[in-house]
Ligand binder design. Structure first.
Ligand SMILES: Cc1cc2nc3c(=O)[nH]c(=O)nc-3n(C[C@H](O)[C@H](O)[C@H](O)COP(=O)(O)OP(=O)(O)OC[C@H]3O[C@@H](n4cnc5c(N)ncnc54)[C@H](O)[C@@H]3O)c2cc1C
Length: 481
């Protein structure tokens, strides 16, 4: 009897899982699934403990779903990717595997690991990889001269044309095996990793993810275009944590969206189109890391930005991390992330801009800190977002566009509903002063239990403009522009 092994990684689901589906096509084959936890590797990748805990919860749900199909999930924990390759090659041998199926991961270390595995198996086991975790496979959306788009809008337009023609059908979950393999006896031991519960907002499993997707499509999509920028509203899907671990696929999102809004591709001013646009941003960053693997190594896309003379000030960095900058919208956002593992997109842009353009701290410090806290941490999206905010990336905000944190606060949280939720120490401050509480005369002699602004935005802005300009001049004169 043939043995087919499915190696699950960032695709923790049984529905619309191309590798699992392909492994189950031969009705007579014995199908086994395997998951390998690599906590030391995760430490190097700065994975948030909350995300690791969410992963474990989802793994338990997946194991249950697979067992119902007669597919045992084998589980192993080893330090890092190179140990996982050695272990998996042995496991294939011990199980007499004929074929190994997996969905691609597009990050640099993950791709290197997969190549190392293929070498270790040396043709004894057939390896079959599948595109997954994207709407369209990286490399399939090309400019006229076969390059990767460097600007989002033409990339988006090319994606829309392809989506209109592509077969975007999801593959079904496998049926129960006629000859189910015996259950695995591997216990799902907690990872050797710091533990932090994901929180009630994140029930595990694909049923929870699919139900959230359905509810969002039917109840919130209409208002998404207008409401998605207001952090006090629960107006976005909150699906990012599921998408990051592959508990849900972007194809499932697209299918549900186009079933609910069949004309989505034609109505560019609709909520549905705006949401699809965000899914395409997600694809864009994934396609970019494949075309420019140096992005995975935290290199800036724009060469001259390497010359920016960053400020190294541990106190300023800590104030930003803890939400104690004296700028309420920044602080409320950082506390939301520290306490829940999620931050609203508008606030990710504001806080990232503040770190880089007000404190002049290297964007990589922020990128790392976000990864270590986010339940939806995702290398491509996080790197893309940081490089966008720092003006170091492709299609970034130009370096001279600097958010004013006070006006951003006024604009997107006018009445301070969001700020008051996360900064109870500002409860007594009237709306007029909420965005500049240090100016409130009512603070009394003892003042508020809230810091004064750690930098003056106006002068910080000038310093940043000068630092970027000097870096650009240096880059141009040394040919690294
Ligand atoms: C500095 C910075 C860092 C970020 N880090 C991450 C990260 O680590 N992981 C992550 O998933 N997203 C990241 N984002 C993108 C975005 O903020 C989140 O995807 C979004 O806030 C998740 O909430 P949601 O699921 O309710 O999004 P929705 O508004 O419902 O959007 C639907 C989905 O589209 C994708 N998406 C939305 N906006 C973006 C975007 N700008 N770029 C890429 N994909 C997007 C997400 O998968 C999201 O779940 C970052 C953005 C910035 C500016």
């Amino acid at each position: 009897m043939k043995t087919h092994l499915v190696w699950l990684r960032a695709d923790l689901r049984i529905h619309d899982n191309p590798a699992l589906y392909a492994a189950c096509q031969d009705p007579d084959a014995r199908v086994l699934a395997v998951y390998i936890a690599t906590p030391e590797q995760w430490r190097r990748h700065e994975m948030a403990p909350r995300q690791a805990a969410f992963l474990l919860d989802n793994l338990a749900a997946l194991r249950h779903a697979l067992a119902g199909r007669g597919i045992p999930l084998h589980y192993h924990q080893c330090p890092d990717f190179s140990d996982s390759v050695a272990w998996l090659a042995d496991f294939c041998r011990s199980q007499g595997a004929d074929a190994l199926f997996y969905n691609y991961q597009y990050e640099f270390n993950e791709r290197r690991r997969d190549r190392a595995l293929e070498q270790a198996l040396d043709g004894r086991v057939t390896c079959q990889g599948f595109d997954d975790g994207v709407l369209l496979p990286p490399g399939s959306v090309r400019t006229g001269d076969s390059g990767m788009y460097k600007v989002f809008t033409p990339f988006r337009n090319a994606c829309l044309r392809k989506l209109a023609e592509a077969d975007m059908q999801c593959v079904p979950a496998p049926a129960r095996r006629v000859n189910p393999a015996p259950e695995s006896r591997d216990g799902l031991a907690p990872f050797d990793y710091p533990r932090q519960a994901p929180g009630e907002e994140y029930p595990a499993g694909e049923d929870a993810a699919l139900s959230r997707l359905r509810t969002f499509c039917h109840q919130q999509m209409q208002d998404y275009r207008k409401a998605r920028d207001i952090p006090s509203l629960d107006a976005t899907s909150r699906l990012s944590a599921y998408l990051a671990l592959g508990v849900l696929s972007p194809r499932q999102c697209y299918n549900r969206l186009s079933r609910a809004y069949p004309l989505v591709l034609e109505h560019a001013d609709s909520g549905a189109f705006t949401w699809l646009n965000e899914l395409i941003w997600r694809d864009f960053y994934r396609h970019l890391i494949v075309s420019y693997p140096a992005l995975c190594r935290h290199q800036p896309f724009i060469g001259w930005t390497r010359h920016v003379a960053w400020c190294r000030d541990e106190n300023l960095l800590a104030a930003w991390q803890l939400g104690k900058t004296g700028y309420p919208i920044v602080d409320a956002a950082m506390r939301q992330m520290n306490q829940t593992g999620w931050m609203h997109n508008r606030l990710r842009m504001i806080t990232a801009s503040f770190l880089v353009k007000d404190l002049l701290i290297d964007w990589r410090e922020g990128e790392r800190y976000f990864m270590s806290r986010l339940i939806d941490g995702d290398l491509a999206a996080n790197n893309g977002g940081w490089q966008w905010a720092a003006s170091t990336g492709t299609d970034s905000a130009p370096y001279f566009r600097i958010f004013n944190p006070t006006t951003q606060g006024r604009r997107f949280d006018e009445r301070g509903e969001f700020i008051r939720r996360w900064l109870p120490e500002l409860a007594a401050v009237p709306d007029t002063y909420l965005h500049e509480p240090h100016l409130w005369p009512g603070a009394g002699e003892d003042g508020l239990d809230y810091p004064r602004p750690i930098v003056d935005h106006g002068s910080a802005r000038q310093t940043t403009l000068a630092a970027y300009k000097a870096a650009k001049d240096r880059g141009l004169s040394s040919g690294t522009g």
